[in-house]
Design a protein around this ligand. Sequence first.
Ligand code: DC
Length: 227
Amino acid sequence: MTTYNIAIDGPAGAGKSTIAKKAAAKLGFIYVDTGAMYRAMALYCLREGIRREDEQAVEAACPKMAISLKYQDGAQQVLLNGEDVSGLIRTEEVSAMTSAISVYAPVRQKLLELQRELAGEENVIMDGRDIGTCVLPWAQTKIYLTAGSHVRALRRYKEQQEKGLMCNLEEIEQDIIERDYRDMHRDIAPLKQAEDAVYLDSSDMTIDQVVDAIIKEAAKRGLEVRD
Ligand code: DC
């Protein structure tokens, strides 16, 4: 069976996960949040006291981490050595560690295989940084989703506030700018728009407008969409 794959790449806070989740529900696709997989690996490193600059230690830790996904009521849960860590990976500390260790080849190689397997088995909407360029270059539809850094920081700020977490808007924006820089300038699989990706700037779009735009693009590229 040939599966239909939609790849969504873009910088932090562009709304990828919210939008991909919604589009997946509408289309009956599986949503795969690849950032959560990298985050689970970062959590492991933090727990082990591994420094982010210590590439050798991160590489040595790779075989000790089993990352898998589970779906409950359509929501993705990420398991680290069998433990559901979905609720522990959204802190700023984990975000910074994730961006730092995701530059290392063994980390990327480990997740690349798992991500390709998932996309070969099911119709997926997969979001991340390198999905259209490296993980699924054959994806039928590719979207590059972005928004201005201030808009993205404001979204993260509101998310954190809603969770009752203390946060500072300037710090979040600074962190986003630094993370974008690292994600876009690393040697392996940097964040960039695939040549055949559709560019969408969500700064002035609602979630539903972006979801509809993505579904339209997929329909143009052979996906049968029922109303
Ligand atoms: O999408 P996110 O914010 O959860 O991603 C966290 C970090 O993981 C991000 O800074 C870069 C890294 N990442 C990556 O390198 N490749 C991916 N496909 C997904 C995430």
